[in-house]
Design a protein around this ligand. Structure first.
Ligand code: ATP
Ligand code: MG
Length: 202
């Protein structure tokens, strides 16, 4: 095929694609905050959530971040937000959490304390974006009452967006979220014996 023909085909295909996209943009007429679930076994859930934090901060939006993980492993995002972004409300479950089922009561207590920080954010229209990192495990382990969490997510202020990360999470959670992305693991460096890397993995 001649270059000229190839270019003409490409142009026609692009025009079609543009028309399709424009039609979709035209059809999307609802303006409100969105609820996003980032799940699956591949790497990229929390980092995507923090990418949205950066986007929101670019517009001067008010951001709250609550991490439902134990606070032993410091992460770059925690250091950066705590030190450089005093405008971001950052909270981490902290040392109370062990992942140790033998201390289930301690875990539940820590989960409830953390939820007590997250919940008011979901009720406060001042927040444009709320990130609930690794929340899904709290539901999977029944550390938090699912119905209460789902209702809080659903009943948040209309303009507020929320991002939930973590593997699993269950079909009821998927049902109420507007956007659900599953990060699929194709392969991970860890399987080749490569150590988790500062600034990339944590
Ligand atoms: P990230 O924070 O890098 O976006 P994630 O939120 O998708 O990862 P988590 O399950 O929260 O994934 O795991 C956090 C840590 O575990 C990161 O250091 C990440 O690189 C690593 N990790 C994620 N997925 C895998 C995997 N499939 N195999 C091994 N390590 C993984
Ligand atoms: Mg994560």
């Amino acid at each position: 095929m001649s270059d000229e023909k190839k270019n003409a085909r490409h142009k026609a295909s692009m025009e079609k694609q543009k028309a399709r996209v424009d039609a979709h943009i035209e059809a999307a007429d609802t303006e409100r905050g969105v609820a996003i679930l980032l799940t699956g076994n591949g790497k990229g859930k929390s980092s995507s959530a923090f990418g949205m934090v950066m986007r929101a901060l670019g517009y001067g939006h008010k951001v709250g971040v609550v991490q439902f993980i134990k606070g032993q492993q410091l992460s770059g995002e925690e250091i950066y937000l705590r030190e450089q972004c005093p405008q971001v409300d950052f909270y981490q479950m902290g040392t109370g959490f062990t992942w140790d089922t033998q201390d289930r009561d301690g875990d539940i207590k820590a989960a409830k304390e953390t939820w007590a920080v997250a919940r008011p954010m979901l009720e406060d229209p001042a927040y444009d974006l709320v990130v609930l990192d690794e929340l899904t495990y709290m539901l999977a382990y029944n550390y938090l009452p699912e119905q209460e969490v789902l209702e809080a997510l659903e009943n948040r202020p209309a303009e507020q967006s929320v991002v939930v990360t973590g593997r699993g999470g269950g079909s009821a959670l998927q049902e109420i979220m507007d956007t659900v992305s599953e990060v699929k693991e194709v392969k991970h460096a860890f399987q080749a014996g490569i150590k988790a890397r500062r600034g990339v993995d944590y």
